[in-house]
Design a protein around this ligand. Structure first.
Ligand SMILES: [Zn+2]
Length: 450
């Protein structure tokens, strides 16, 4: 579809759905460059309005803040945010109905209100239902396109989406329709077989996408196939301006291969179904928080030396999440980037709390150490911590594999994990993707006390 036509179609769908993406985008586009003081003022005002709204309209918060005897009017924000209790995923799941505003307290009222229900992929083991009204969806899309526009991607631009495909036929058809309206083609994370790659390559060449979007592991597999099979003979995908990766860790060697094969920037996005984009990579390689959309705090975790990310929504006047423990780790830094964006920086984003290898001497080591170590000769892997003393690594061999590599990798891993833990390697034919199409590179079967 012609991108101009697609843009107008998007606009039309926005009008029909009452989802004002374009007008919000116009209003917030330049916020990225606000002075820090102006940004602070916006955050302060939004936090104040959202907390007041929540207390007055949402049964869950009314009960919670009354229980803790919190005087909403007296909060000095954002400093006093820390006095509000943290919301856990379990709370949100268990009290699903109590997060709807009072005015929608009957199923009849819900029928006439416009909201969509989405489900998270449940990578943390707790699948969630999330009701999003059209204003929230519009903010999610507008703040996302604000970042994309920096890299020359506007609404309606052609996208090749490297993603999962739903198992249920009706869901598959729904996704197909959405893909069509959003001017994108979908490359299924479940169809990455050698016999499929040349067909995928041809379809991308003929569709002429302006950008790739999706899980880095899927785009990487495609890049690797090109590198192994076509090498320098490949015709370039000339339409391609950038690659935006999301949903999984973007390993540096994966990024480098994609850059070399596709000859365009590879940009990292950090987000979640609950909030949309939480942080986005700037042209200087820093992850800036989407600071007029989400307020990010970090709190000390049960894990020594690691902070947990806690998020408050700033634009959701339907069922806002206030101080919601997302389950990821990271640290916030004000300023310190010369790209021109003034939004704070999120550093050391370290994945889920359950993504740490616990060593017998009591340390917690982020599982990304596996991805940085197991490279040559290993096509894919999954680490499983079976007990405090045992980590098993299932791997699929690549063409340059040799047994010697395994002892080399074990030696390297010991530098991080110590000598007391047992590390065993087991060759397998295939590593399964999760239902959503992502790779879980690590799984811990022990109770980590979280
Ligand atoms: Zn920057």
């Amino acid at each position: 579809m012609n991108p101009y036509f697609a843009n107008y179609l998007y606009r039309l769908i926005g009008i029909v759905r009452r989802e004002p993406v374009h007008s919000i985008l116009k209003n917030i586009r330049n916020n990225l460059f606000l002075s820090p003081d102006k940004l602070k003022k916006i955050q302060k005002d939004k936090l104040h309005s959202i907390i007041t709204y929540a207390y007055e309209n949402i049964p869950f918060y009314k009960n919670l803040y009354d229980h803790y005897k919190i005087n909403i009017g007296k909060l000095n924000l954002p400093e006093d945010l820390r006095h509000l209790p943290i919301i856990e995923k379990e709370d949100f799941q268990k009290h699903y109905e109590a997060f709807f505003p009072y005015r929608l307290n009957s199923s009849f009222a819900k029928i006439f209100n416009r909201f969509d229900i989405e489900a998270t992929s449940g990578t943390t083991g707790i699948p969630l239902r999330i009701a999003k009204d059209r204003q929230k969806s519009a903010y999610i899309r507008a703040t996302m396109f604000r970042f994309y526009s920096i890299y020359g991607i506007s609404i309606g631009e052609k996208q090749a989406r490297f993603w999962g495909v739903p198992v249920k036929r009706t869901d598959r058809l729904k996704e197909k329709f959405k893909d069509l309206c959003a001017n994108r083609i979908r490359i299924s994370a479940f169809a990455l077989y050698n016999e499929n790659f040349s067909r995928i390559y041809e379809s991308i060449l003929s569709f002429k996408p302006k950008y790739f979007y999706g899980y880095p592991s899927v785009i990487y597999e495609f890049a690797k196939w090109i590198d192994d099979n076509l090498g320098s003979q490949q015709p370039p995908i000339e339409s391609l301006k950038c690659i935006i990766t999301t949903g999984e860790i973007l390993y540096e060697h994966h990024r480098q291969l994609m850059k070399r094969i596709f000859g365009c920037p590879v940009i990292n996005e950090y987000g979640s179904t609950e909030f949309g984009v939480i942080a986005f990579e700037c042209p200087r390689g820093k992850m800036h928080i989407n600071a007029d959309h989400v307020f990010v705090e970090t709190i000390p975790s049960k894990w020594t030396g690691i902070n947990e990310i806690v998020i408050t929504e700033l634009n959701n006047f339907f069922n806002p999440l206030i101080r919601y423990r997302l389950g990821d780790m990271g640290s916030v830094r004000q300023g310190g980037c010369n790209c021109g964006w003034t939004f704070p920086i999120l550093e050391e984003i370290a994945g889920r709390t359950r993504s740490f290898i616990v060593t017998p001497d009591g340390r917690s080591v982020n599982h990304v150490v596996l991805g940085y170590t197991l490279r040559k000769g290993i096509k894919n892997f999954k680490g499983i911590q079976i007990s405090k003393n045992l980590v098993k690594i299932n791997f699929v061999r690549d063409k340059d594999f040799s047994e010697r590599l395994l002892s080399k990798y074990e030696r390297r891993l010991r530098k991080f994990l110590g000598n007391q833990i047992q590390i065993i390697f087991e060759e397998v034919d295939n590593i399964e993707r999760t239902k959503s199409g992502k790779y879980a590179y690590f799984e811990s079967l022990i109770d980590q006390g979280v």
